[in-house]
Design a binder for this molecule. Structure first.
Ligand SMILES: C[S@@+](CC[C@H](N)C(=O)[O-])C[C@H]1O[C@@H](n2cnc3c(N)ncnc32)[C@H](O)[C@@H]1O
Length: 216
């Protein structure tokens, strides 16, 4: 049987989550994506932006951003209490600027759980876990409705690279499909600003991700 590029996670299992968070420590390529996301937030030129992360996980992206942007307030959404436990440890120095919001991104009402309207919505390696382009498109549509006018959505996530003959799990699909879904959600000029760790011949589940940017 052909192998499918992807990975299964048990995000509600405390033991699995602890081990996974240890293995998932950011590499230099991943830190470059974090810097790119931070730049998109800084380019908004808002004094004290409210930033929402979809799938805060262990808080690695949150830590990178909160350390470098002292005026920013951060809201981390996730559906895993086990992840919130680790995020509180990772972000212990920044709890006064952090809100953790429990919600499931497959529930179309997730945006009603937010503490306030965000200036930026960011995410890394989370939306592919929704397993289909339709589910990711629904999240993009909620993001468009939820963002402040002038705000930005930045999604750094695993994709299916162009030119591959391999099969990928449903949540990993082409950049062109992401851009189409972003346009359908209402964003006028979505773009892919960078591709990371592209490997078409023999990829691991940790390679092939894109930084997608869309302004409201
Ligand atoms: C790869 S981790 C995110 C890592 C994080 N960006 C960081 O830098 O530490 C993916 C996260 O998405 C969350 N997630 C997956 N499916 C979700 C869903 N349907 N609703 C909410 N969160 C979800 C998982 O619980 C997990 O914490």
């Amino acid at each position: 049987m052909a192998e499918i590029v992807g990975a299964l996670h048990e995000f509600h299992d405390e033991t699995f989550v602890r081990g996974w968070a240890d293995r998932f420590k950011p590499t230099p390529d991943r830190l470059a994506l974090f810097d790119l996301i931070l730049k998109q937030i800084e380019d908004l030129r808002i004094g004290a932006p409210h930033v929402l992360e979809l799938g805060i996980g262990p808080g690695y992206l949150a830590h990178h951003i909160l350390e470098r942007a002292p005026n920013l307030r951060y809201e981390g959404l996730d559906f895993s209490e086990a992840m919130f436990g680790i995020a509180r440890e990772t972000l212990a120095q920044h709890l006064d600027r952090l809100t953790l919001t429990s919600a499931d991104l497959t529930d179309p009402t997730w945006s009603q759980s937010l503490s306030r309207q965000p200036d930026a919505i960011i995410s890394t390696w989370s939306l592919h876990d929704l397993f289909s382009p339709a589910a990711v498109g629904d999240v993009y549509a909620r993001c468009f409705e939820t963002l402040q006018p002038g705000g930005v959505l930045v999604n750094g996530d695993f994709i299916k690279p162009d030119g591959t003959t391999l099969e990928y799990e449903g949540g990993r699909f082409e950049v062109s499909k992401h851009l189409e879904l972003l346009r359908q959600a209402g964003f006028t000029k979505p773009e892919c600003v960078e591709l990371f760790e592209i490997e078409t011949e023999a990829p691991t589940a940790a390679q092939n991700y894109a930084c997608l940017v869309a302004h409201r």
